[in-house]
Ligand binder design. Structure first.
Ligand SMILES: [Zn+2]
Ligand SMILES: [Zn+2]
Length: 301
């Protein structure tokens, strides 16, 4: 039972067990990834939505570290005196890499383009921060969590496919790869359901957004889904309410805290959002009056 080589017709459970023993970080990462994807595909209530967020965050860290461990034959763990101690490792007495350090390292030599996805990883890490910091009243909606989780799920699917399975095909123990593939099929199916819900919502709000002259991005869900041009300002994708007035919205949507938003010469409200991209010009930076729903200053390009 201990030697996978001698067990050519192992059951699925046994394969998973073998895999867990040999690559525990990847196995545990996959388990959490499955759990997160499945939960996000369902309809967890506001109090339960924190768990898939924590699971996905930890799964991503574990998978990246697990891949590094496959390369260096051991988890990446700093040795204070430059001399790794296996007893300390067994007891977990070390500070492991965090998500961003692991992504940095993995990005340097993995085949998956992790660098291109760093902004998505960071945005999801902010979702986790908010999940830990917020009360139930101001927590991210499930829609916001799904929007931010989707690129991370996609990244992990690509990463496991390319970098983890790519490594395992060289392994004599083909059972490892089979266990991973089974897990990935479940993650993939759940991710497809998450994507469906996000796209369904995008289609539902598209007509309303098409009516707005100016649409700015929501810092919570990341979508261009905040139409300007009303006294109340909210994100149609994730439902985030920006202070229920153009005045608060200009402050809440600004990248950094502003004192009092600038007053608009046209309408008189303090409702100017500076240096924002818009749906029409996602790479530009313009000034917008959120109340009037107009661009006050076009970007100099
Ligand atoms: Zn939003
Ligand atoms: Zn105005």
């Amino acid at each position: 039972m201990d030697e996978i080589d001698g067990f050519s017709d192992a059951t699925a459970e046994e394969e998973a067990l073998y895999f867990n023993r040999s690559h525990p970080l990847v196995a545990n990462g996959l388990r959490m990834l499955e759990r997160a994807a499945t939960a996000l595909a369902e309809e967890p209530d506001r109090f339960e939505a924190i768990y898939p967020v924590l699971h996905l965050h930890t799964a991503t860290e574990a998978l990246l570290r697990g891949r590094l461990a496959m390369h260096w034959a051991g988890d990446i763990w700093p040795a204070a005196n430059g001399d790794p101690d296996s007893n300390r490792r067994t007891r977990g007495e070390y500070v492991g890499l965090g998500l961003h350090e692991a992504a940095d390292l993995a990005g340097r030599w993995c085949d998956t383009d992790i660098a291109a996805a760093r902004a998505d990883l960071l945005a999801f890490a902010y979702v986790r921060n908010r999940a830990l910091l917020s009360s139930d009243r101001d927590s991210d909606s499930l829609a916001a969590i799904r929007c931010r989780a989707l690129p991370v799920l996609d990244l992990m699917l690509a990463f496991v496919e390319t970098d983890v399975l790519g490594q395992l095909t060289e392994d004599v123990a083909d059972q490892y790869a089979r266990a991973v593939r089974r897990s990935m099929r479940r993650v993939s199916a759940a991710t497809a359901r998450v994507r469906d819900t996000v796209e369904e919502r995008r289609r539902a709000i598209a007509p309303q957004l098409a009516h707005a002259e100016v649409v700015v991005p929501c810092p919570y869900c990341g979508e261009f889904a905040v139409p300007a041009g009303d006294y109340t300002v909210e994100c149609l994708m994730c439902g985030r309410d920006f202070g229920s007035s153009a005045y608060h919205a200009a402050a809440d949507l600004a990248p950094l805290a502003v004192g009092e938003p600038e007053q608009c010469a046209d309408c008189g409200y303090h409702s100017i959002l500076h240096n924002t991209p818009t749906a029409a010009r996602p790479d530009g930076e313009v000034d917008v009056c959120l109340y009037d729903g107009r661009v006050i200053r076009a970007s100099a390009e």
